[in-house]
Design a protein around this ligand. Structure first.
Ligand code: HPA
Length: 277
């Protein structure tokens, strides 16, 4: 028996969107902290505020604007989630990932998920980009928990969660955008507090290269829906304890660093989109 949920069916919200905009997106972009300005490069056909869309979360974290855009970029029809809901805002992971299910219901086949992250790998510097090779889920929760969605498995295989071809496309895109692209493992925590230096030392030993508070829930749902997934982080700061004696980690600093890299991020994502034609 399906358990009660207050969320609508993702397909219902998708058909409402499709009624208002005939464009059929094949690519989805989830723009995290600092990647919001990437949306300015898209030829927008229709913009929806999240509050217009049943089931979409209305969050309030600075740096996130809360709009779904449908349009084209380099000729590729795409759907852009400009701003996301986070677990740390108090949303359930079902709410956090609802929009990802709507993208799948709209016909999206490929998803690029972006975020800001703290660098754990000692080679990483603030401002670097990192293509995700894999992730470690330490959020303490999983969006696939609960009733099995009709027609989908809950026992999702994650041996290649991040598509190797898309990863290669991100690396080429970075080169064309004139920037380096690191690669590594993203570790997700629930937040909202930043980590302690002891936690970061532990995460380093676990094999993490970067740490953040998002992305993993959307990737899990996207894989359940059969989407090909790529992940891209902007390393905005040295993770706690790795930035010298006087280091602090603050949200305004994270946003400011991401903003400094927004132009290059836009170029990089644009070059990636070009390669999906
Ligand atoms: N920790 C967790 N999340 C983050 C960080 C960090 O250092 N930087 C940006 N997002």
């Amino acid at each position: 028996m399906a358990r009660k949920t207050s969320l609508p069916q993702p397909a219902a919200t998708a058909s409402l969107i499709a009624q208002r905009c005939p464009l059929q997106p094949t690519l989805g972009l989830i723009l995290g902290s600092g990647f919001g300005p990437v949306a300015e490069a898209v030829e927008v056909e229709r913009a929806f505020a999240y509050r217009e869309l049943p089931g979409f979360p209305v969050g309030a974290v600075s740096g996130h604007s809360g709009r779904l855009l449908l349009g084209r970029w380099h000729g590729v029809p795409l759907a852009v989630l400009q701003g996301r809901a986070h677990f740390y805002e108090g949303f359930t992971l079902e709410e956090v990932t609802f929009a990802t299910r709507v993208l799948a219901a709209l016909g999206v086949k490929t998803l690029l998920v972006t975020n800001a992250a703290g660098g754990i790998n000692p080679k990483f510097r603030p401002g670097d980009f990192m293509a995700l090779t894999d992730h470690i889920n330490l959020m303490g929760a999983n969006p696939l928990r609960g009733p099995e969605p009709v027609g989908l498995t809950r026992f999702v295989d994650l041996t290649r969660a991040y598509d190797p071809e898309l990863h290669a496309a991100l690396e080429k895109a970075a080169k064309s955008a004139g920037t380096k692209c690191r690669e590594g493992v993203y570790l997700a925590v629930s937040g909202p507090s930043y980590e302690t230096p002891a936690e970061i030392r532990a995460f380093s030993r676990l094999g993490a290269d970067a740490v953040g508070m998002s992305t993993v829930p959307e990737v899990l749902v996207a894989r359940q829906c059969g989407l090909r997934v790529a992940g891209l982080s902007c390393i905005t700061n040295a993770a706690a304890g790795l930035g010298g004696k006087h280091q602090t980690v603050t949200h305004p600093e994270v946003l400011a660093q991401a903003k400094r890299r927004a132009k290059v991020a836009t170029k990089l994502v644009g070059e990636f989109v070009k390669r999906l034609k």
